[in-house]
Write a protein that binds this ligand. Sequence first.
Ligand SMILES: [Zn+2]
Length: 440
Amino acid sequence: VTDTVVRDREAAELVLPAVRVLGGPPLDLTVRAGRIAALTPAAGTGRHVVLPGLVDMHTHLREPGGADAETIATGTRAAAAGGFTDVFAMANTDPVCDSAERVRAVQALAAATAVVRVHPVGAITVGLAGRTLAPLAEMAAAGVTVVSDDGHCVADPGIMRSALELAARHGLTVAQHAQDPVLAGAGQVHDGPACRDTGLPPWPSAGEEVIVARDVVLAAHTGVTLHICHLSTAGSVEIVRWAKARGLPVTAEVTPHHLMLTDELAALTDPRFKVNPPLRSADDVAALRAGLIDGTIDAVATDHAPHPAAAKARRWIDAPFGMTGLETALPVVARVLRTGRDEPDWSVVAARMATSPARIGRIAARAGRPVAVGEPATFCVVDPGSPWTVDADQRFSRSGNTPFAGTAFTDRVVATFVDGRIVHGALAPLASRIPGATPR
Ligand SMILES: [Zn+2]
């Protein structure tokens, strides 16, 4: 950990001089009493870009039960460092978050220790076992807006249909981890030429696509919204594109690692590249990028999955699936969207990383809000011109299992605000605290 937690630092009034909202012309941004009080034209050229606070629909905070990998305190500090102001905490903790009581326990832990806002995800089935629906109504009443068995697929189509119907009655989004248990089985690497020589169990694209296709059909027949986690194949992108062309209520997310890394890395059998779904082919990466740009894929979600160093030091077959992602998501997405341009289209970054995930997660009244006068001062500040290299030891997450260690990036989050509170970043180089009015 390279910084102390700054969750209680108050910014009664401050001005961020010459910042570019969504990459637009330079403005002085005034924060007062937790809100954006003014945006006024600034002289000269601006450097820093202001985006809505990022929203991660898919974070594994590991608490309760996995404090050797992450806690709500360390995971949300990592989130703040990555520009995230809101994270959805997946239910595959120990114990599983599958009742209102468990939801309230996570909320209480978050209230005591979180640096950014935590939205507990409820399990779809009791114990993530895929057999009996969890009490979705009571979890919704406790404040849950998204349910998911992530880590496991809801494989039984009858259970999935019932989950969609019940979720619709209680205003919940159902997020599916698409992995057919027969076709994907115990697969560990993409079933393609790059990994064939590893001898590791294959995880074919069809194992994902048959569930995506099946659930799109269920969404069509029930009329209920379906969200698909971490798309990883070109075929999945095509199915979602087909569904959207027909106006079906389907949304989808992609991870930063699936947008940038291929199965050539998995073929090295270094467990830091072991993730579920697996890294896939260059053609899949290209299709995911195209889907993200054209809006077929609504959102980027990190699937931040911290693991202790000892667990990832095992040989591939015994090491756990997962990569950290909160602290590197924005630079990866900015790089992907920068291709062939001087700067990424920051409005697309904001749409895929803030606005859309807030909408899908049903928290749009509070999160993913525009950077505009009168709105809560909940945003992040990006320096788009400071080359840096990821050092796995310089981090806020308790775990360092990042696939991007040693990778050079151009864009970096330098500050994050939640309701005017500075939850990440040193203010001094960025802003001047000015009592009363801005001098001009
Ligand atoms: Zn998953």
